[in-house]
Design a protein around this ligand. Structure first.
Ligand code: SF4
Ligand code: SF4
Length: 329
C-alpha cells in the first residue's frame, strides 16, 4: 500500500528504475502527479518488477501507487482480459479435505507444473496447492493489483482452515502475500508464514552431518517478489554458506537485481532477450558455475538464454539437495 505521508518526493524510486530512463526532475514531477491520481508515462512503461518498493529510502511503497493507477486506468491490460484471466484462476469447486498438521507447505500452482522441483526428503511434509491455493500475484504483473488484493483474504482463510501454525511457502510470491501484502490490507494471518529459504536452512542444519560442501561459485537470481520481503535475504546467504557455495558479488544482485524479464511478454513491452542476455553474461563475467533461481518462472525464463552459453540454471531447493547428496552436482 502506498504511504503518501512517508513520501518526500525525492524521485529516487523512478530515477533508479532499471527499465525506464528517468531524470530527477521527471521523477519528482511524475511521482507528484501519480500521488494526485494522474496518469504518467510510468504506467505504460513500468514492468512491475517491484524494485522501487525496496529502493525507496522511506518505505513509502511507490510501486503500490503505480500498480493501483495501472489498474484504475487499465494502462497495461484491458479490463475484459483481466476479467477473463480472473475467471480462469477462480476456484468454484468443492474443496478437498486439507491435511491438518502444525506445519504444512503451500505449493501454489507449481506441484503439478514443476513436479521435478518437489522431489526428495525436503518435501516430505503435508502439502496444499492447486487453484484453491493460488496466490494471485500474477495479477499485479498484469496491472490489476486489485484482483490480487481482493483474493488475499480467501487464500489466508483456506490456509488457516488446515489448522497449521506454520505455512512454508514454496513460492516467493505466496510468502510476499502472506507476510506483507495481506497484513497491509488489514487481513489477519493466524499462522506464521515461513520462507522456503528459512525452511531449507533449518533442514540443512538438522542434517549437518550429511552435508558435503559443493565448492561452487553461484550467481543468484533474485525474483521480483523478493523485493516485498527483503529481510529474508539473510536466509539465502545462510543456505549458500551451509551448502558450501559462494554467492558471487555480481552487478545484478542484491538491490540491483534484474527481473527475469519474461513479464515484458505479458505486458507487450518488447523482446526480453537482450535483458536476459545481459543478466546471464553478468553471471558468467563473474565466473559463476551456476545460476541459482528461487522462482520456477525465473528458471523457465532464463534457461533458454543461459544453457547455450554454458551456464546451468538450478533451483535453490536443488542446491540443498545437492549438498545433502540427494542429487549429483
Ligand atoms: S516513493 Fe520513496 S523514493 Fe519515491 S519519491 Fe517518494 S520517498 Fe522518494
Ligand atoms: S516496479 Fe520496477 S519497473 Fe516499475 S517503476 Fe518500479 S523499478 Fe521501475
Amino acid at each position: 500500500m502506498f504511504k503518501p505521508d512517508q513520501c518526500d518526493f525525492c524521485g529516487k524510486c523512478l530515477e533508479s528504475c532499471q527499465w525506464m530512463d528517468v531524470d530527477q526532475s521527471d521523477a519528482v514531477l511524475w511521482m507528484k502527479q501519480m500521488a494526485a491520481g494522474q496518469e504518467t508515462p510510468v504506467l505504460q512503461h513500468c514492468i512491475t518488477c517491484y524494485a522501487c518498493n525496496e529502493i525507496c529510502p522511506t518505505s513509502a511503497n511507490p510501486f503500490d501507487l503505480i500498480a493501483s493507477l495501472q489498474h484504475r486506468h487499465f494502462s497495461v491490460t484491458p479490463e475484459a482480459a483481466i476479467q477473463a484471466t480472473e475467471a480462469r484462476y477462480f476456484f468454484s469447486g468443492q474443496m478437498k479435505e486439507a491435511p491438518r498438521h502444525d506445519r504444512i507447505m503451500t505449493t501454489c500452482v507449481f506441484e503439478k507444473s514443476h513436479p521435478a522441483l518437489f522431489q526428495g526428503s525436503l518435501y516430505d511434509l503435508p502439502k496444499v496447492g492447486g487453484k484453491p491455493f493460488f496466490c494471485w500475484v500474477l495479477f499485479s504483473h498484469m496491472g490489476a493489483v486489485g484482483v490480487q488484493n481482493a483474493h488475499a483474504a480467501e487464500l489466508v482463510s483456506r490456509l488457516a482452515a488446515t489448522g497449521a501454525k506454520e505455512v512454508v511457502c514454496f513460492h516467493d510470491d505466496c510468502y510476499a502475500i502472506l507476510k506483507k501484502i495481506a497484513p497491509e490490507e488489514g487481513i489477519h494471518v493466524p499462522f506464521r508464514p515461513v520462507h522456503l529459504a528459512e525452511y531449507l536452512v533449518e533442514r540443512l542444519k538438522a542434517h549437518r552431518s550429511r552435508i558435503k560442501p559443493l565448492n561452487l561459485r553461484v550467481a543468484y537470481q533474485r525474483p521480483c517478489a523478493s523485493r516485498h520481503t527483503p529481510e529474508k535475504e539473510g536466509y539465502i546467504d545462510e543456505l549458500f554458506s551451509l551448502a558450501g557455495v559462494e554467492r558471487v558479488e555480481r552487478e545484478y544482485d542484491r538491490e540491483k537485481a534484474l527481473c527475469c524479464a519474461n513479464v515484458k511478454l505479458l505486458l507487450g513491452q518488447g523482446d526480453p532477450e537482450p535483458d536476459k542476455r545481459k543478466n546471464v553474461m553478468d553471471a558468467l563475467n563473474h565466473k559463476a558455475d551456476l545460476l541459482v533461481c528461487l522462482c520456477p518462472m525465473c528458471i523457465q525464463a532464463l534457461s533458454d538464454t543461459a544453457h547455450p552459453l554454458g551456464l546451468p540454471v538450478v533451483f535453490l531447493g536443488d542446491i540443498a539437495r545437492m549438498a545433502m547428496g540427494e542429487i549429483s552436482v
